[in-house]
Design a protein around this ligand. Structure first.
Ligand code: KG4
Ligand code: ZN
Length: 358
């Protein structure tokens, strides 16, 4: 069963007009609902089928790391083309692994932003095609909210909670008051945590993708070898560009001599994780919540996980996604459609690149 998504989309759109929903059939989302989701905001083409928001029936991810490795970062145009090549196969494999048919799906969900526009368009149009062809609702999903929802998979987590979202493009503290009320109470004023990891990794000569490699090196280094500056930003906001500059200065001070790479990594990781820990602890204390949730690709980081989980000793319930649901995947998108955004979207829903446009 190889779904030819572009043909489905073309045929189906011929019957539809702007400002209309994908299907007029009455549909309710409940614990038995099967949501299929697609994620293509950056360099992973991912598809998943999730039952009742928490039970993953299939989670397929095609990573483009090999392609972008030689450029030292993601090249948007190449990434979009790779999504195009992968999407049919990934969708097909997901249905095969889940053992369900497209007509069994309750609703189709797709990431609409923030992300790389060309990449998002591929996933979005494929999702729309499936919704149209099978006469089912379509739900457009915000990628950042989806990262938070990775924490609902295989758990019994319910709001309210404080979420620390740390990804390649974003660093935020979010007060999740209910499934429908999210308040961003803090964010970075410059670099995101993942971005800082990737930039520092490049500075000290680690290959792309730098974050996980830096983490690995840090585990073998002395975290007190170098004292790096923690930014003094008010409230729940963050700043990481000063730290990045401090690492650059430190690297230059070795003046061509062999760098103590492991110690630099460990000292950098200590500084970042300490800042994140202090801010999320402050937010949980001041908002009076008992639950703290870690989310985003950087939630896979060993030391950030360890520090945030140490809040358990202070009486907090702490959640972080399983490793495979930390970095970009579509299970979190399906879960988000179930918990945060059940509303059905129109046929002319568009993608957006930056968080504030959403
Ligand atoms: O959430 P994500 O998959 O993509 C975005 O939405 O941005 O996050 C990717 C980011 C990259 O910057 C990557 O270097 C970082 O997460 N990352 C890590 C680790 N694993 C992934 N950073 C530090 N330590 C890790 N173990
Ligand atoms: Zn992401």
């Amino acid at each position: 069963m190889l779904l030819n998504i572009s043909t489905l989309y073309y045929n189906a759109t011929m019957k539809k007009v702007k400002n209309t929903l994908f299907s007029n059939k009455p549909v309710t989302i409940d614990e038995n609902s099967l949501i299929m989701a697609l994620e293509s905001s950056c360099d992973e083409t991912a598809c998943a089928i999730v039952k009742g928001g928490r039970e993953v029936l299939a989670n397929v991810v095609a990573s483009q790391i090999k392609t972008h490795e030689k450029y030292g970062g993601v090249i948007p145009e190449i990434a979009a083309r790779e999504h195009l090549e992968a999407v049919n196969v990934v969708v097909d494999e997901t249905f095969k692994q889940a053992g369900v048919r497209p007509q069994d799906i309750t609703a189709f969900a797709g990431t609409v932003g923030p992300g790389l526009v060309g990449c998002l368009l591929v996933g979005l149009n494929a999702t729309k095609a499936l919704a149209l062809a099978y006469d089912k609702p379509f739900i457009g999903i915000n990628h950042l909210n989806a990262h938070i929802c990775a924490n609902f998979i295989d758990t019994a987590l319910e709001p309210p909670f404080i979420a620390l979202l740390v990804s390649g493009g974003h660093t935020q503290i979010i007060d999740v008051k209910s499934y429908s009320e999210l308040e961003i109470i803090g964010e970075t004023i410059d670099d995101a945590v993942g971005e800082a990891y990737d930039k520092v990794a490049r500075l000290i000569g680690l290959p792309y993708p730098g974050g996980p490699k830096l983490d690995k090196m840090a585990q073998e280094g002395n975290s007190h070898a170098f004292k790096l500056p923690e930014a003094n930003v008010g409230g729940y906001d963050f700043s990481f560009s000063g730290l990045k500059t401090a690492v650059l200065r430190l690297v230059k001070s070795f003046d061509g001599q062999e760098l103590p790479v492991k110690d630099i990594c460990a000292s950098f990781q200590e500084c970042v994780s300490e800042t994140l820990y202090k801010k999320v602890k402050k937010a949980a204390e001041e908002r009076g919540y008992k639950q703290v949730v870690l989310a985003g690709g950087v939630a896979a980081n060993s030391e950030i996980r360890r520090k945030v989980f140490s809040l358990k000793e202070l009486g907090y319930d702490v959640y972080a996604p399983q490793m495979k649901y930390c970095t970009d995947n579509a299970s979190m998108v399906a879960s988000c459609a179930f918990f945060f955004d059940k509303s059905f979207d129109n046929i002319d829903t568009e993608v957006f690149s930056r968080a504030k446009e959403g």
